[in-house]
Write a protein that binds this ligand. Structure first.
Ligand code: G3H
Ligand code: ZN
Length: 324
């Protein structure tokens, strides 16, 4: 199956009422982990690359080429999306490098400027058949190179207008999640009423949640038991994210939980086997932990597990590109 178009994957998710998991990868181990999880759970998945990953891998175009090549080895569908581009040029570079979708993040801009720039990106990208995700509203927390102090929840009327004026294909909304978690005593409340109002103005539109890792205390506990000193930040619970998917969210970005289990596996190995210095010994454990966490998200949160079997090989969009 390999790389398919965003329209095909979103069309299937919309038709079958589930969420597409979007997982940032940055290495051989993490790209394999996501693809193996998708294969094991018979689930579509979005392979993401962030600005931080672009800098980390160094050879960005070759990294995207590798994602393409590897994806062809699997018989579940993927597409490659560049996460959080804050400039139009960064979007263009992502498209030139071979991404099928790009997120232009204009959420920190005044509304009109976000509209203008998002429309500019959409016009450029659509000429090349590339899918554009935008963001309206602001999540608190720290994501890669993007920092926001406080939440600015998405206005349902403005969201509908923004989509009409920009032509963006998917829209990330702020309804309570945070990038990387924030200080708090319990899980953050997700504003379901606001989400319902956003969705009802644009039914079957690809709405997106960022910052949807839940940072379950048990994952932080496990890492801190191995010597980590990770703050117990809070985010929305997995149950809330699953509820948001049931209400119509069709793409869900979640990275921190995957990073936590990856780090715990390495720490645990270093603590248990201080005599071993072969990196393959701990990187394979970290890869497998990352893979298992992604499988868990596909099964328990996104409800995307097993979704592709019944329609395997069928067309999901018309020749005009309409969802079937
Ligand atoms: O764009 C990346 C995602 O929003 C990841 O956020 O790992 O804090 O859930 P998260
Ligand atoms: Zn994000």
């Amino acid at each position: 199956m390999g790389i398919k178009s965003p329209r095909e994957l979103y069309g299937h998710a919309i038709k079958n009422h589930y969420g597409l998991g979007a997982f940032n990868t940055f290495s051989w181990e993490t790209m394999i982990a996501v693809m193996e999880a998708a294969q094991a759970r018979r689930s579509p998945a979005i392979l993401q690359v962030s600005m931080g990953a672009r800098k980390y891998v160094g050879h960005f175009r070759e990294y995207v080429d590798t994602l393409h090549t590897l994806a062809e080895q699997y018989d579940v569908p993927f597409f490659i999306q560049h996460d959080h581009c804050s400039t139009i040029d960064a979007c263009k570079e992502a498209i030139e490098a071979g991404c099928q979708a790009v997120m232009f993040d204009g959420s920190h801009l005044p509304y009109e400027e976000n509209v203008q720039r998002t429309r500019q990106v959409a016009e450029y990208a659509h000429e090349k058949g590339i899918w554009v995700e935008a963001e309206l509203g602001r999540l608190p927390g720290f994501e890669d190179m993007v920092f926001s102090e406080k939440a600015v929840y998405t206005d349902p009327d403005l969201a509908a207008e923004f989509i009409d004026r920009t032509g963006c294909d998917a829209l990330a909304v702020a309804v309570g999640t945070s990038h990387g978690g924030v200080r708090g005593e319990d899980y953050l409340p997700l504003d379901f009423k606001r989400l319902e109002e956003i969705v009802e103005r644009k039914p079957d539109y690809p709405f997106v949640l960022h910052g949807a890792a839940s940072l379950p205390p048990k994952l932080i506990d496990a890492c801190n038991r191995q010597g980590g000193q990770i703050e117990y930040l809070r985010n929305c619970s997995e149950e809330s994210i699953a509820e948001a998917v049931a209400l119509g969210v069709r793409k869900v970005n979640m990275d921190v939980d995957n990073f936590l289990v990856f780090t715990t596996a390495v720490r645990e190995f270093f603590n248990g086997r201080p005599d071993i210095y072969d990196p393959r010994k701990y990187l394979e454990l970290a890869r497998d932990a990352f893979c298992m966490e992604v499988e868990h998200k596909m099964t328990e949160v996104l409800k995307s597990a097993g979704r592709y079997e019944k329609d395997k090989g069928k067309r999901l969009v018309s020749d005009k590109g309409d969802f079937l």
